[in-house]
Design a protein around this ligand. Sequence first.
Ligand code: PGA
Length: 251
Amino acid sequence: MKRKPIVAANWKMNGNRALVDKVLESIRITGVDKNVQVMLAPPATLLSYLAEQVKDLKLDVAVAAQNVNEMEKGALTGEISVAQVKEAGAQWVICGHSERRSIFAERSKKTAEKFVKVHQAGLTPVLCVGESVKEYKNGKTFSRLTSQIEAVFHRGGEAALKNSVIAYEPVWAVGTGKAARPEQAEEILLFIRNLVSSICPEVAASIRIIYGGSITPNNAADLFSQSNIDGGLIGGAGLEPEKFIKICQMA
Ligand code: PGA
């Protein structure tokens, strides 16, 4: 099955309206291939602005939130619900980014709860998984990925992985300039696809599994040429319109 590649930019706590304008203008001028799904995840304050601009310019760009709280509403100062990001225009939500897991101590159970709530709201969850440096060095990569993905399955059942995306982002590659080697990432993404197949066989062929961690225009083409890598989640290079467009063109 041919899967439509995704090139996603996670802006983290960066960017402003001017950057939204710049990136969308670059996408409009260069006309990114229709067979590539572009996704932008700006800070929550920019979601509605981004959604409006995408609509006005008639661009095929998915608007994504970087995180949500799993509760519906309540006394949770500073948090944002799924319904709120949906109303702001988000269609996709990143769940369990490694920075949420490491800096904000988000456990797999909580990530799974968010993932399921996003799914139930009719949005596309992007589940980030990945091992730490220590786990990598101790040969724990596969067991870590298994527990992160199984947490979603245990909470949401077989249906949970339908219409979702998995992003493999080894913590040692995020923001370090040390991307995984293409064949190394391919091996892991194939492992993830086989794991999905054992949990939920009907989605294994169609689910998009992307790689993230120090993707640049210099390594994107080699990564994207691997048969199980369905695109990338880009951090740093996603803040530079020229680099981001180049990466989109390589998908
Ligand atoms: P990076 O970040 O491309 O800067 O390594 C990737 C990510 O955090 O998604």
